[in-house]
Design a protein around this ligand. Structure first.
Ligand SMILES: Cc1cc2nc3c(=O)[nH]c(=O)nc-3n(C[C@H](O)[C@H](O)[C@H](O)COP(=O)(O)OP(=O)(O)OC[C@H]3O[C@@H](n4cnc5c(N)ncnc54)[C@H](O)[C@@H]3O)c2cc1C
Ligand code: SF4
Length: 338
């Protein structure tokens, strides 16, 4: 639907080599600046001539934003670390395999080579109308084109919609919520470290944003505590084409068992709402229970309570129910069959 034109609008390109310089540039240019990481989302907006920043701050030359480091209590991943590096990193694979699995299912190898973890969690909504530049709520207008009887809303939200029914399309975001990650954000007034859940915002908080980033903000790193290192992980993504595609829905869970009893659990889904949803009610219901198909069944039903389908996305309710059911109950033949 987007009209592709050949020439991007002109902007000043800045290529800082330190976080401090990037921050100065972002503060200097305020709302006229655009942060660019891998450029996969950024260039879509620029080439479609829908976003027209005056200054582009390219983070690719900042070495301190790259790589995976051990910390006293887990690991820290620089925001500019590519998804491929995340997938291949031995410690991520060994201890935090949930993130490696999620990152490996993002898009295609080429996109994972260029796309960064920081960009993946900060990417914008993929709603057709919004991406094509239609003046909807999310773009600052006063209408939603997707939430109408004939709107294209097959990929849209079933939970927590508020005027805007777009979903967060990130695959790594629910894995980071399940791993209880913290996001390190530099702001003009100092550093903020927020829980993964609180990095993302829904339309009830701010309809024009998907996360807490404001002009002048920079996501520098994501910290994963060792709390869930080596836990039992489950990640599943359902998409239209397995070769590469955004999730119609995904689920991520981290679980510690004592025998067959679920001792500790965190679970999140994405592409069900405008932000990844941690399913606390499910966690509370299954904690202390045996990890069985029956427990999975209860969890799946609980997960979709309150879900409201749009005209063309009713399938997402059984999809979410079954994803949660499999994440909690484990994948048994009977679970796949129903
Ligand atoms: C064809 C295609 C298919 C895709 N399929 C999937 C998929 O299946 N699953 C999935 O999860 N993703 C998918 N993506 C998204 C892709 O994986 C990228 O991760 C994502 O678009 C952005 O990553 P990036 O590093 O290119 O960031 P950019 O595009 O440069 O940035 C994305 C946004 O985040 C902001 N930003 C980035 N880094 C920072 C930072 N450090 N601080 C502040 N702001 C920042 C930018 O300003 C921009 O608004 C797909 C993308 C494409 C083009
Ligand atoms: S779902 Fe959101 S992004 Fe899409 S048209 Fe409606 S308001 Fe805009």
């Amino acid at each position: 639907m987007a009209v592709i034109r050949d020439v991007m609008p002109a902007f000043q390109l800045f290529q800082p080599t330190s976080i401090a310089d990037a921050q100065k540039l972002l503060e200097q240019h305020g709302h006229e600046a655009w942060v660019m990481a891998g450029g996969l989302d950024s260039f879509d907006w620029l080439k479609d001539r829908i976003k027209k920043p005056k200054a582009l701050v390219d983070l690719s030359g900042i070495e301190e934003l790259k790589g995976v480091r051990a910390t006293n209590n887990g690991i820290e991943i620089g925001a500019m670390t590519t998804l491929t590096e995340v997938v291949r990193h031995p410690v991520v694979k060994e201890k935090y395999g949930l993130l490696a699995q999620a990152a490996e299912l993002v898009a295609s190898p080429q996109i994972r080579n260029q796309g960064t973890l920081g960009g993946n969690v900060s990417q914008d909504a993929r709603c057709w109308y919004y991406r094509a530049g239609w003046p909807c709520y999310r773009a600052g207008g006063n209408i939603c084109y997707a939430d109408t009887p004939v709107g294209r809303n097959r990929e849209h939200a079933i939970l927590h919609a508020e005027r805007c029914v777009a979903v967060n399309p990130s695959d790594t975001a629910p894995a980071l919520v399940a791993l209880d990650a913290r996001f390190v954000v530099q702001t003009p007034t100092g550093e903020r470290v927020v829980d993964a859940e609180d990095y993302f915002v829904g339309p009830d908080i701010d309809i024009t944003r998907m996360n807490i980033l404001q002009p002048g903000y920079l996501l520098t790193a994501i910290r994963i505590p060792s709390t869930w290192a080596g836990a039992q992980f489950y990640f599943e993504k359902v998409r239209d084409r397995n070769v590469w595609d955004f999730p119609l829905m995904n689920v991520a869970s981290a679980m510690v068992l004592s025998g067959d009893r679920i001792e500790r659990i965190r679970i999140a889904v994405n592409a069900a709402a405008a932000r990844p949803l941690r399913l606390k009610a499910v966690e509370d219901a299954v904690r202390g229970q045996s990890r069985t198909a029956a427990t999975g069944e209860i969890a799946g039903k609980l997960a979709v309570q309150g879900a409201v389908p749009l005209q063309f996305n009713g399938y997402k309710i059984p999809l979410m129910r079954n994803l949660v059911k499999r994440a909690i109950g484990g994948v048994q033949e009977a679970a796949w069959a129903s």
